[in-house]
Design a protein around this ligand. Sequence first.
Ligand code: SF4
Length: 369
Amino acid sequence: MKTVITTCTRDCPGACSIVASAENGKVTKLQGNPQHDITAGFLCKNTSHYLENYFYNDKRILHPLLKVDGNWERISWDEALDIAAFKISQVINQYGSSSILYYQGFGARTALQVMNRRFFNLLGGVTTTYGTVCGGIGHTAMEADFGAKLSHDPLDHLHSNHIIVWGRNPAVTDIHLWRILRKVQRKGTPITVIDPVKTKTARLADIYIQPKAGYDYYLAMALAKIILKLDNPQNNYVDHDFIENSTLYFDSYQQILDKYSLDILSHKCGVEVDVIRKLAVSYAEGDPSSIIMGWGLHRYQQGHLNFRMVDALAAITGNIGVSGGGVSQGFEEYAYFDFSVELEELGENQRKIPMPTIGDALLYPPTTD
Ligand code: SF4
């Protein structure tokens, strides 16, 4: 029997390390890598049963199929490749390569996605999308605030003295992060969950706060307002050095906060002032405190404000750039991918349209008169 160390490629923040066993040319078992600090020897049940449910499942499509008169007919790989190559060449010759739309999904996160882009660049560049319909607004907000969207290593939360899980349900959706958070919690670090939905994670939290959906930024502003007010030389709730040396526009930020009374902010986010005050003190006293954001906060027209106000909260309390602190949002760091293999420079006819408005972009293309 042979074993191979590989990585789970599902669109999941776990990025588990897998020990795959193989015998007689067949994968026989997938197990979590016990040597990996985060995977810690176990996989979620989806991937534990991946072989029987997907990989070797009878229903898996293993051959190319061609629709002929409304029915699917099996064809060979050579035939399928010839048909695809002929159609692509025909369209390019007639309309140019930018008339091909390449719309890439995220079912699996693998280096092969980079190779897909290489293929289309080698064709001369096609029409493709930029941005996303899910995480993009949060990424852009964090890039505006920090210059880059970088999350803390999940194990770094072991150094946190207070953890806020904001709009995320790792007890169900990120079991390895949840294992780490439970470990911290057992050591006495409080976990606060902020979520309009009372999830499993919320039920297991030390503090649960249920704001109105989409109005989280008012809650972040209220927390900041209280912390700025309670700050004094004894408690050091506010990191004045960090504000002075590492932030811009603090006065403008303060003016925004000054526009709203605490009662108004409380009313807008739907959380009682006393509850907000308790959380503000606990977060400020964490030193360091970390915030782990989910993917629900993005899905509002004002979604960027949810991130920007949370980022500002972490900044004024000196929780940026310190172990055990930070604002983490997903784990989509691509540092290890060599994107030069995409050959972007060859895609001279490439056009990019925004993914969230792809329908309008296709129906009403810009005129060139
Ligand atoms: S938790 Fe499951 S889906 Fe997520 S990376 Fe690990 S094995 Fe893959």
